[in-house]
Design a protein around this ligand. Structure first.
Ligand code: TXA
Ligand code: MG
Length: 465
């Protein structure tokens, strides 16, 4: 069940909705008022909505859709964009699976906006709701989670909780498990939307099943246009990779999916010193020998090949079709100059080189991307430089040249995580046939394990030089 792969369902049925993008800047929706300014979102809070701003009206519209309709709403979170629906209504949750073309055997994460909301869901119906801190002796949130909640919520951490009986959720949310995953996102827009809708929101990533997750509204439109009515656009996601999923109900606690919070960060928390990994890290587990035998996941249209060490001319030649073009995603060590030298046929006199730039998680050539001026973090989104050169790998060296597009995600794992899904999607838009990605070492940097986990799922081959 955990980390289970989205499966392909075809053919894609067109639903024909007139999809609208609702641009919202949290700065313009009104005032966030905290009952306990130190605990902020961990205690009760309110929004005083602006009566005049269109951003507030957009938010109200999206929240109303979540409350009343069975058509899911795409919305930003700090990890990836989510496709949300009322977790308490089966017909609404079914709408998620319809829009995503995803089978309903995979449990969904329930997104909440305050601990009070979570406690209310955990307590038996009609039970009095405790209203203060997580440290209450009768807190229905298991004590093992108190340290990680205080440290990482709101944020990219999903915790597995016992499902109360009777369950407040639609059965398709939990896929018949006796537990459920809960997360309080740190995106102000996500929090505001859940607060206004006043319901728990079930939300998987807002992509079509098997495709890379989406980190901008433009990417959501690419996948879900006509399949949802509203896409809330809050600018690029700042983390870029999904939340870390942890189960503290076992001893020792385990990480079920690596993500925005690293194992080292978790080990610093009381009760989590011995947290272990319970997801596949091996190549063979993730990449079967026979191509096409694995479920596709996080996969662009192009074939993805993960490369440890140097990318050689022989690797490219062997895996490239006659007239194909190549995408290369650079991370730590690969350099444009070296790649050109390694891959270019000697016979090529001059390379056709073209440089252009776009924002890693924002495609600034897209109309949908609002300049993320309300969020300091998004200002630091790295700029990718995409460079095109040509090389020949065939026998007919003078007549058959392959286009090669290279794109750098920077050297640090957090930056690579932020730009990864975006890079895979951008290379698909360029139309490359094959993408070589430079692997990083799982243990280097906080987000490296999460990056490599997604890459192993996206890749159909792993090569080492
Ligand atoms: O960052 C995220 O987590 C994003 C954003 C939208 O919040 N959501 C997301 O949802 O990635 P999804 O559906 O793509 O992934 C949910 C993950 C899966 O790995 C699933 O197996 C796990 O959470 N999960 C959910 N409920 C579970 C449960 N009761 N026990 C074990 N794993 C569970
Ligand atoms: Mg997903």
């Amino acid at each position: 069940m955990v980390d289970s792969h989205d499966q392909e369902m075809s053919p894609i049925k067109v639903m024909g909705y007139d999809t609208k993008v609702l641009r919202i800047s949290p700065q313009n929706i009104g005032n966030f008022v905290f009952h306990n300014p130190e605990k902020k979102f961990l205690e009760d809070w309110e929004i005083q909505l602006s009566k005049t701003s269109s951003d507030a009206q957009h938010l109200v519209k999206a929240a109303a859709q979540l409350r009343t309709s069975n058509i899911p709403v795409a919305f930003p979170t700090e990890t990836v964009y989510g496709l949300g629906a009322d977790a308490t209504r089966s017909s609404a949750v079914l709408g998620i699976y319809k829009a995503k073309q995803r089978p309903s055997d995979n449990p969904l994460i329930v997104h909440i906006c305050s601990l009070t909301q979570l406690r209310r869901l955990l307590l038996p119906e009609g039970h009095r709701v405790p209203s203060t801190s997580v440290d209450l002796p009768k807190d229905p949130i298991p004590s093992i989670y108190h340290s990680v909640i205080s440290k990482f919520w709101p944020g990219p951490l999903t915790i597995i909780l016992p499902l109360p009986s009777p369950s407040p959720f639609a059965s398709s949310v939990t896929a018949s498990l006796s537990t459920f995953g809960a997360r309080m996102p740190s995106s102000l827009l996500a929090l505001a939307l859940i607060h206004l809708a006043a319901i728990p929101i079930a939300a998987p990533s807002a992509n079509t099943s098997t495709k890379p997750s989406t980190t901008t509204a433009a990417h959501v439109i690419e996948d879900l246009s006509g399949r949802v009515e509203y896409v809330v656009d809050g600018g690029p996601s700042t983390v870029g990779i999904e939340s870390t999923v942890v189960d503290g109900l076992t001893q020792p606690p385990v990480i079920l999916r690596p993500g925005g919070v690293s194992i080292d960060q978790l080990r610093d928390c009381v009760g989590w010193e011995n947290v272990t990994i319970s997801y596949f890290t091996g190549v063979q587990d993730a990449i079967p020998r026979a191509p096409g035998m694995k479920y596709r996941h996080y996969s662009p249209k192009a074939r993805v090949i993960l490369v440890k060490g140097e990318l050689t001319r022989c690797m490219v030649k062997k895996n490239l079709k006659q007239d194909g073009s190549v995408g290369i995603i650079r991370t730590k060590y690969w350099k444009n100059e070296d790649l050109e030298q390694n891959l270019m046929a000697k016979e090529v006199q001059s390379s056709h080189t073209k440089n252009f730039q776009f924002a890693a998680a924002g495609s600034n050539n897209s109309e949908l991307n609002t300049k993320a001026d309300f969020n300091r973090d998004t200002d630091s989104i790295i700029i990718l430089s995409v460079k095109r050169f040509q090389a020949s790998f065939g026998k007919e060296v003078y007549s058959s040249f392959h286009d090669i597009w290279t794109l750098g995600l920077g050297q640090d794992a957090a930056g690579i995580a932020r730009g990864l899904f975006s890079a895979l999607r951008e290379l698909d838009l360029i139309g490359v046939d094959i993408i070589f990605v430079e692997a990083i070492t799982d243990s280097e940097g906080d987000m490296a394990a999460a990056v490599m986990n997604r890459l192993r799922k996206a890749a159909e081959l792993e090569l080492e030089s």
